[in-house]
Unconditional design. Structure first.
Length: 151
């Protein structure tokens, strides 16, 4: 009887441990995307004001798990030049896009979390931009990640 209780306790710990490991690995994947964007040398007259990363069902509550990293830029460069710069300086395997603050709501959709599009800067001057990337990856334990089931 005692062996059965020990086995059940070990089984429960293994399941909980796998779920926690999946979440940790997923969050590290998003943090790595954010880090890669921050490592891109910023062009002149441009500063990074904030950065963020998150893993979850960000664009579509019924969609797949997404890995997202972004930086908020303040720049004197025009939108087209800034977009071209980040496109040409994106790390291998990562497609960095740039949107202006005015474009952000339409780009990401209404379900996209406000803090991930730096919505607290919506009333800022027009020289704020978001450089972002959605990454791909395979969660090591997708069946254990609560974000796969709940938005």
């Amino acid at each position: 009887m005692k062996a059965i209780k020990v086995f059940i306790a070990i089984l429960i710990l293994a399941i909980v441990g796998a779920a926690i490991a999946g979440v940790v690995v997923d969050n590290l994947t998003s943090a790595e995307i954010e880090k890669q964007i921050k490592m891109i040398d910023v062009p002149s007259n441009t500063t990074i004001d904030a950065s963020v990363s998150r893993t979850g069902k960000l664009s579509d509550p019924n969609g797949p798990l997404e890995y997202y990293g972004a930086v908020l830029l303040q720049s004197k460069m025009d939108y087209g030049s800034l977009r071209a710069y980040y496109s040409s300086h994106s790390p291998e395997g990562l497609s960095v896009e740039v949107v202006s603050m005015e474009m952000a709501k339409n780009t990401f959709g209404e379900n996209f979390p406000d803090d991930l599009r730096f919505s607290h800067h919506d009333d800022s001057p027009k020289n704020y931009y978001i450089a972002y990337a959605f990454g791909t990856g395979q969660s090591p334990f997708p069946m254990m990640d609560y974000r796969s089931y709940f938005g």
